[in-house]
Design a protein around this ligand. Structure first.
Ligand code: NAG
Ligand code: NAG
Ligand code: NAG
Ligand code: NAG
Ligand code: NAG
Ligand code: NAG
Ligand code: NAG
Ligand code: NAG
Ligand code: NAG
Ligand code: NAG
Ligand code: NAG
Ligand code: NAG
Length: 369
């Protein structure tokens, strides 16, 4: 009887190890952070500000911006049950995986269990095993009221096929397919499969957390700027330069980042007021102003970064022609080579072989004893 229990325990351990890795690969070596998004599916009808508290997002306008909601027209919108809200997080790469910079903290209340917290409160963006591991909880069935849990939301900063993207953690809903998800988020099935280490679209599991690369707008932000690389996903906007600048990304203008003065107060005490943002030489040419627009070329006053003292601008000429040219989008350098797919299959095969050999060894041990 005791042996059987040990066996079941060992098998459970193997199955657990084989199915719980939702963390995304992140191998960017630079010791810097990036913006990432996770898709939270609200379990009930609530206010956006409640979601802000759950994820401890410091500034409400960051949450509005991540969802493309206009701050002047939607002060605190109602979120419907099952509606997906994009949560902006800061990510850094550590030992090959993406780690959220300041994980939200959740305080355990009466009758909570780790599974309930992972699946129902955080809509399966993490597994209960990941919460247990991240918080060094030896027994997942033993959490105490008042205990504070840090929630390790998945993220990444990696380029995809050499293109900078914003990584979005998407929880696959029952009935979802890779093709449908690729179409919904403007990427392709081969890119999604490769990025998620899947060999076939039929491997997709309900509630799997998929790493989805969102097209980001190209910007003129300089490598020495404090917010480099400023990546803003299509359909969203973001505040930068201590909140003084607001940058919008839309596929409608060919993924060119459009920035303007935000009109907000600086979020950092190093600035008492926001510095003037106009292109040098002409004080009447403000950030975002277009000077000339010929054919589909546009010259405008573009944002190029900030430091502790100044906000920088540059006069940029960009093509707003309809797509066709190289626009720095993930689809412009598509598809995985057959070679890399074959090596993936090899890796997967190796993992499964390892599992089966281990199980057989365990049986062998019991037969011998
Ligand atoms: C990375 O940056 C953090 C803080 O920004 C610092 O504490 C850490 O030592 C750095 N690590 C490396 C390897 O440079
Ligand atoms: C919000 O709406 C106002 C008025 O409709 C508009 O002027 C402003 O540009 C919008 N802001 C964003 C970030 O879309
Ligand atoms: C939310 O979605 C789940 C599963 O997709 C469904 O069972 C549930 O009824 C939905 N709830 C609402 C309020 O639509
Ligand atoms: C990363 O790996 C190194 C060596 O394998 C280890 O010493 C370090 O603790 C790891 N860091 C994290 C954050 O896991
Ligand atoms: C909605 O669900 C969350 C998470 O389960 C819970 O904390 C919150 O109180 C609920 N809100 C309402 C209005 O029921
Ligand atoms: C549960 O954990 C607490 C401390 O975290 C410990 O004191 C207690 O003995 C544990 N209970 C069981 C049943 O393991
Ligand atoms: C993630 O990284 C591991 C270790 O480097 C590698 O074996 C695996 O193939 C990577 N997964 C994907 C999907 O690239
Ligand atoms: C970045 O901006 C700084 C300050 O404006 C400037 O000195 C530097 O030459 C710029 N670097 C590049 C690569 O444009
Ligand atoms: C980009 O966002 C706009 C809405 O701002 C949307 O209409 C369009 O379909 C999106 N494009 C992609 C490729 O996701
Ligand atoms: C604008 O240019 C002048 C000289 O060409 C320089 O002194 C001044 O600092 C520049 N201003 C900004 C905001 O870059
Ligand atoms: C230039 O930008 C400023 C500030 O965003 C705006 O108030 C002004 O209307 C713009 N001028 C033109 C000609 O677009
Ligand atoms: C501007 O337009 C001309 C032709 O109309 C084209 O040759 C040139 O490459 C364009 N420049 C940019 C930066 O798009």
């Amino acid at each position: 009887m005791g042996y059987a229990k040990v066996l079941v325990g060992v098998l459970f351990l193997f199955i657990t190890l084989a199915t719980t890795s939702a963390a995304f690969n992140c191998t960017t070596t630079k010791n810097s952070t990036c913006h990432s998004l996770v898709g939270y599916v609200s379990p009930n009808t609530t206010l956006l500000s409640s979601i802000q508290s759950l994820f401890q997002i410091k500034r409400f306008h960051d949450l509005l911006g991540a969802n493309g909601l206009n701050a002047s027209t939607s002060s605190n919108p109602t979120v419907q049950a099952n509606q997906t809200i994009k949560i902006p997080i800061t990510c850094r790469c550590e030992n090959g995986t993406g780690v959220i910079d300041s994980p939200p903290e959740y305080k355990v209340i009466k009758d909570d269990g780790l599974f309930h917290i992972a699946a129902e409160i955080f809509s399966r963006l993490v597994t209960f095993q990941e919460i247990a591991e991240f918080n060094n909880i030896p027994d997942a069935n033993n959490i105490t009221v008042g205990q504070v849990l840090r929630i390790p939301l998945p993220c990444s900063c990696d380029e995809v096929d050499g293109v900078k993207v914003v990584h979005y953690a998407h929880v696959v809903q029952p009935g979802g397919s890779v093709d449908q998800i690729a179409a919904e988020f403007g990427t392709t099935t081969p890119i999604l499969l490769k990025l998620n280490g899947m060999t076939s679209a039929t491997d997709l599991q309900p509630y799997q957390v998929l790493d989805v690369p969102l097209k980001a707008c190209t910007s003129n932000v300089n490598t020495s700027s404090l917010d480099y690389p400023l990546l803003v996903a299509n359909g969203t906007y973001a505040y930068t330069a201590n909140d003084c600048v607001n940058c919008k990304c839309s596929s409608l203008n060919n993924y060119i980042l459009q920035c303007e003065a935000s009109g907000l107060k600086p979020s950092s005490k190093t600035w008492s007021t926001c510095p003037a943002v106009h292109c040098n030489g002409t004080s009447s040419l403000y950030l975002g102003n277009v000077t000339t627009s010929t054919n589909c070329n546009q010259t405008f006053c573009a944002y190029s970064g900030f430091n502790n003292k100044n906000i920088f601008t540059t006069l940029a000429t960009e093509s707003t022609c309809p797509a066709g040219g190289p626009t720095g989008s993930p689809t412009s350098s598509p598809t995985s080579s057959p070679g890399s797919d074959a090596s993936k299959t090899g890796m997967q095969g190796f993992r499964w072989n390892f599992l089966f050999i281990s199980i057989q060894l365990i049986f062998l041990c019991f037969t011998l004893s």
